[in-house]
Design a protein around this ligand. Structure first.
Ligand SMILES: O=c1[nH]c(=O)n([C@H]2C[C@H](O)[C@@H](COP(=O)(O)O)O2)cc1CO
Length: 155
């Protein structure tokens, strides 16, 4: 039952009231772009993803080609971060931009879910793993078969 919850805005349920800011590596490398794509698709089944471009397969490691330049990208993203209800980040591929977004999100007191794949052989930064407080900032280890389930469990 959805009683007591924020009503969805459209009867078709396509537009959700929940706004998710999804973070994934771009200039840090696009090795996991396919996984980001799956995560964004899953999130879009129940929320509005403000940064759906992060999951676009065509987006390469040079990033978006916007004539207004990097300041535009930065200011637009910080604005989207402010508007978001929840931040979901795939943090396996290290990315300065994702780390920056997470730091800003903590400062804005957003709810944050970080997803990391130990099977990568990498060790997650202490500044991310160590930020887990079991409440507003959660780091979840997962393997790629579980993507959809992990997101369902969290939301
Ligand atoms: O073109 C871009 N568009 C964009 O939205 N970003 C944001 C969203 C991503 O979660 C994050 C990726 O940072 P980086 O490029 O340092 O890996 O920064 C980053 C870039 C390129 O740095």
């Amino acid at each position: 039952s959805r009683a007591g919850k924020t009503p969805r805005r459209s009867a078709g349920g396509r537009e959700s009231s929940m706004k998710v800011y999804f973070c994934g590596s771009i200039r840090g490398g696009r090795d996991d772009a396919e996984l980001y794509h799956r995560m964004v698709a899953k999130l879009q089944s129940f929320a509005t993803v403000l940064t759906e471009h992060v999951g676009r397969r065509e987006l390469g490691d040079t990033g978006e080609h916007v004539t207004q330049g990097d300041r535009f990208i930065h200011d637009r993203d910080v604005d989207w971060l402010r508007q978001s209800d929840v931040v979901v980040a795939e943090v396996t591929q290290p990315s300065l931009g994702v780390g920056y977004e997470l730091g800003r999100a903590v400062d804005m007191k957003k709810k944050v879910l970080c997803l990391f794949r130990p099977s990568s052989g990498r060790r997650l930064s202490a500044m991310i793993r160590g930020a887990d407080n079991g409440d507003s900032f959660v780091v979840r280890d997962y393997c790629q078969d579980e993507i959809e389930q992990v997101l369902e469990d969290f939301f």
